[in-house]
Design a protein around this ligand. Sequence first.
Ligand SMILES: CC(C)(COP(=O)(O)OP(=O)(O)OC[C@H]1O[C@@H](n2cnc3c(N)ncnc32)[C@H](O)[C@@H]1OP(=O)(O)O)[C@@H](O)C(=O)NCCC(=O)NCCS
Length: 225
Amino acid sequence: MEYSAFSGMINDVVSLEVDENSVVSIDETVHFNKKVRITAANGSSIYLRGKSIVESESSLICRDSSKMNICDSRISWRSHLMFICNSELIMEKDSLLQGLSEMFGLQGRIVIGAQTTIARCSEIRCHFSSIEIGKDNMFSQFVKMVAGDGHKIFDSDGNLITHKECIKTGEHVWLGMGACLLSGSDVGSGSIVGAQSLVNKVIPPNAIAAGNPAKVLREGIRWER
Ligand SMILES: CC(C)(COP(=O)(O)OP(=O)(O)OC[C@H]1O[C@@H](n2cnc3c(N)ncnc32)[C@H](O)[C@@H]1OP(=O)(O)O)[C@@H](O)C(=O)NCCC(=O)NCCS
């Protein structure tokens, strides 16, 4: 077991449970500001390094050899991160997860690129798969990503047909409000996915795609934050 004492501004309750194989390494600049629950069990790791701030009532849970590496990033209020069974979360420098958002990994790997911002009430779930979000993505509110169906599906011959394909986004991708990306989604750099659109295929770079299923409406576009 190896975990550093907290320092910086921690105003209220933090309940921390770690077992003997866990590593929780928290940089001294972390500001937990009220009620954070950190659980790390069975060889799990949680790293929160420089400039990380976990705001009110967030919880981070790592179990069964899972890892979270949240470096120079920010998780806002009432967000919930739960990683179980050999899962991994990496939030690269200056990425942001806004309030009321959730991330879940079950034998999954989620990488969130540097400067990517995920607006509130978004949900990212990864079951037996991986999600690679590129740099400088902008997710609007209520975005959903679901890699891996999460439950077993069999065809009429009894073959397992559960989707496990990963989800990818390039750099500088904008997902409109309520967009949903399923397994097999691969959104090219510079593209926009329209509000409430459902993607499960490849979207080329610098395109606008929208609808259910999302179709390319325009190509050769660019957008600014
Ligand atoms: C997709 C979007 C960028 C518009 O792109 P566009 O290329 O200018 O599209 P247009 O407005 O010319 O519409 C083209 C067609 O796509 C349809 N369409 C546009 N947006 C759509 C959407 N989100 N879902 C389904 N269909 C959509 C239009 O109805 C139109 O259909 P038609 O040809 O049958 O009339 C815009 O509609 C959108 O969804 N913006 C995201 C807004 C958002 O979430 N903002 C968050 C702020 S933080």
